[in-house]
Ligand binder design. Structure first.
Ligand code: ADP
Ligand code: TRP
Length: 321
């Protein structure tokens, strides 16, 4: 089974990305033939600094490997190493109704956030559909926010098949885990790089401790019992602490006599310990960029072989060959 997903190299990875996207992807590498790519063409819709894009792509590749992606099992590649994806996006755009793009939530949200309303942003769904269809992907694990993009992908593949032949494109299934909880940010809203409320996956101890100390709490005095319901601190703690540690914290909340500073220290310790292997692996990879670049180059070669095969089939079906 071909499993495929993409992540945009648009900034430092935070723990929301880790629990929501990275960890599930790494776990899926044992379930099929996984293709994971660094979506650099997509990232250009939200960033315009060349050096930053280059750096982010390398960092994301390092993150994938540090989080446990095994290049012997999964193929990791850079989207733009397979420019054939742009040709397939064009072909898909010939069957893509304007109305379909006009209904895209993601486009509307991004415009509302102040991104430029340019053609790339508008056509994002056709490129994303091409990402998926170019590799005959069968299963596409994504977050809830990508659900509509997956529906559009299936829709476009269906239109191509109706017009040019039933077996032209494989229609993919999305895998959207409703159970993957949204990781809360330091302020209690969804953690997101756009809200400046993130806890990065890796970094130096001192600034990270400071970030943890920023997690919102109420003003209950030290000696009083504290509300556990809706506590962002507890919700974040649950991500890395053992069940027993969580129960202990809840008991201490209810007993009173412990300040939030104490609880935050426990959160920091659990977080720091949980990500120690990732941090260590990351440091090792940063000193071995030749290896990282080789993994990406090998990935591109494998992905391209698959892409060429599918694109040849599509070109013949539509009459380009
Ligand atoms: P951000 O919101 O920081 O811009 P992205 O939209 O780039 O993050 O998300 C990349 C991936 O990480 C997506 O698959 C998304 O579903 C997942 N993700 C992002 N934030 C969270 C979160 N707070 N909780 C769970 N998953 C998240
Ligand atoms: N749009 C996705 C996101 O922002 C990233 C992405 C691009 C993707 N192409 C994809 C995800 C293809 C899955 C499959 O998170």
């Amino acid at each position: 089974m071909r499993i495929l997903t993409g992540l945009q190299p648009s900034g430092k990875l935070h723990i929301g990305n880790y629990f929501g996207a990275m960890l599930p992807a790494v776990q899926l590498q044992d379930k099929g033939d996984a293709f994971y790519f660094l979506a650099d063409y997509h990232a250009m819709t939200s960033m315009s600094d060349a050096a930053t894009l280059r750096e982010n792509v390398q960092n994301l590749a390092i993150d994938f490997l540090a989080c446990g992606l095994d290049p012997e099992k999964a193929t990791i590649f850079r989207q733009s190493d397979i420019p054939e994806v742009c040709e397939l996006a064009w072909i898909l755009s010939t069957v893509c109704p304007m109305g379909l793009l006009e209904r895209a939530h993601s486009y509307k949200d991004k415009i509302a956030k102040g991104l430029d309303a340019n053609h790339a942003l508008f056509a994002y769904p056709t490129l994303m559909a091409a990402d998926i269809l170019l590799y005959d992907s069968e299963l596409v694990p994504v977050g809830k926010d990508q659900k509509q993009h997956l529906e559009m992908t299936r829709d476009l593949a269906g239109k191509i098949n109706d017009r040019f032949g039933e077996n032209t494109l494989v229609i993919p299934e999305p895998q959207i885990k409703e159970s993957t909880a949204v990781v809360p940010g330091l302020d209690g809203q969804k953690m997101s790089k756009s809200y400046n409320n993130t806890l990065p996956l890796c970094g130096a101890q001192k600034p990270l401790r400071k970030q943890v100390m920023r997690i919102v709490t109420d003003s209950t005095p030290v000696e009083d019992p504290k509300p556990t319901e809706g506590s962002t601190l507890i919700d974040i703690y649950k991500l890395f602490a053992s069940e027993a540690e969580v129960q202990q914290m809840i008991a201490d909340y209810q007993a009173g006599g412990f300040g939030y500073g104490d609880f935050k220290q426990r959160v920091f310790d659990a977080y720091w310990e949980y990500f120690t292997p990732v941090r260590e692996k990351r440091a090792e990879l940063e000193n071995n960029l030749d290896y990282v670049n080789q993994v990406i180059a090998d990935g591109a070669q494998k992905a391209r072989a698959e892409a060429t095969k599918v694109l040849d089939r599509v070109r013949k079906a539509v009459g380009l060959r």
